[in-house]
Design a protein around this ligand. Structure first.
Ligand code: ADP
Length: 387
């Protein structure tokens, strides 16, 4: 077999993506040197963005596999180096597209990324569980999905996605979102804290800065969908989001309970006051399928939290806003949903046939069915007769 050429090896390396940046390593200045010996032995030097890069094993594996697959290669000697501050600076510039000024890419007029904020009136209704499962379902459909965990009280999203202890890598002054096994990238307000156990006691301006940082200082690349897990209620983060991303569309999560529905209506109204469109309601913990009856093939539902909350919120918001706010789905209580969240494997991945997973996948389909692009985008104008 003939000796492989440097071009062949470089072409193979172009098929290797940096796991965080999700672009070919050859485009990022990460391939420093390629040598091909007469005997077909290849030595490659790849520069990591930072020393101790958490994903160096992945890069090692992918580069070795890609080069080994080139016909005529008899061995691969991979050296992993680290970029100099200058090289990181150049990479940062490449990623920013030559723009010095940082801005929120999703707020630009030409942005094709659909932004969905997942809101609730109070905590514990399953807002984060809905967020991560929607993210995974959308990613399973082949979409590029990012998640911003802006829930200052909970920030449970990283744990639910199996990256509780991960810290984002910084390249120049850009932060790389943390990749997860499911292909979804995530950044959490919890990752901006120096320590995991630290309490976030931030007020308005700090929270605003944190939100802007997660949107503009993070290299999100070209996303199809960005999901934001908001803190419960109608607080500072919801106001900041409305100011910075008025084109975000809002999904309200509630339980069937009267008290939960009432506060959920308020969260929805708040979004509308910030000129965001509320596109639907997800009712969670709608019922518990009676385990004994299910075994016998009977459909007996225990309405643990009462009934009608989702419908009530949808009706009230539709009347209030003058457009249709549908119930997008009613998710039953399911042990495996809770367990999946606890072990970092959301139910749509760990038990996709479960009724709760199927409803979540259907909600995701309704969202992706709305397409990517500018159609239906809010203009950020206030109709004077709205309230
Ligand atoms: P929130 O983000 O609204 O505070 P979480 O998504 O963190 O709520 O959910 C609170 C707890 O309830 C979590 O332990 C989660 O696993 C559990 N949970 C949420 N929805 C369900 C459900 N449909 N069935 C079983 N457990 C659920």
């Amino acid at each position: 077999m003939s000796t492989p050429t440097i071009e062949q090896v470089t072409a193979a390396l172009a098929g290797v993506q940096d796991p965080e940046i999700k672009r070919p390593i050859t485009e990022l200045g990460m391939v420093e040197r390629v040598d091909v010996g007469a005997d077909g032995a290849v030595s490659v030097t790849v520069l990591l963005t930072v020393a101790g890069c958490p994903l160096k094993d992945t890069i090692n594996r992918d580069v070795t596999a890609a080069v080994t697959a080139v016909p005529g290669v008899t061995g691969v000697d991979l050296t992993l180096g680290v970029m100099s501050p200058e090289q990181r600076g150049e990479l940062g510039e490449t990623l920013r597209g030559g723009q010095a000024q940082r801005e929120i890419p999703f707020a630009q007029p030409g942005s094709l990324t659909k932004v969905y904020a997942i809101a609730s009136g109070k905590g514990g209704v399953g807002k984060s569980s809905v967020t991560v499962n929607l993210a995974l379902s959308l990613a399973k459909q082949g979409l590029k999905v990012g998640v911003v965990d802006a829930d200052i009280y909970g920030h449970s999203v990283p744990a639910m996605l199996g990256v509780a202890d991960s810290r984002p890598t910084q390249v120049d002054d850009l932060i790389m979102p943390v990749p997860t096994a499911s292909g979804v990238s995530v950044i959490s307000i919890g990752m901006l804290k120096p320590r995991r156990d630290q309490v976030v006691a931030w007020r308005g301006p700090m929270l605003d800065r944190a939100l802007v940082q997660m949107l503009s200082d993070v290299y999100w690349g070209d996303l199809d969908v960005l999901l934001l897990d908001l803190p419960p209620g109608t607080g500072d983060v919801a106001i900041s989001l409305g100011q910075h991303l008025p084109n975000a569309e809002v999904v309200v999560v509630t339980t069937p309970q009267e008290a939960a529905a009432e506060v959920a209506e308020r969260a929805g109204t708040m979004a509308s006051m910030m000129h965001q469109r509320v596109i639907g309601v997800v009712e969670n913990m709608s019922y518990l399928p009676c385990p004994h009856c299910t075994e016998e093939g009977k459909d007996h539902r225990l309405e643990v939290f009462g009934t009608g909350g989702g419908e009530r919120v949808a009706r009230t918001l539709s009347e209030r806003f003058g457009y249709d706010v549908p119930v997008l789905g009613s998710i039953p209580l399911d042990l495996s949903l809770r367990e999946g969240g606890d072990v970092g494997k959301p139910i749509v991945e760990s038990d996709p046939a479960a009724p709760a997973a199927r409803v979540l996948a259907q909600v995701a389909e309704k969202l992706s069915g709305r397409g990517r692009g500018l159609a239906g985008m809010q203009l950020g104008l206030t109709p004077t007769s709205k309230f």
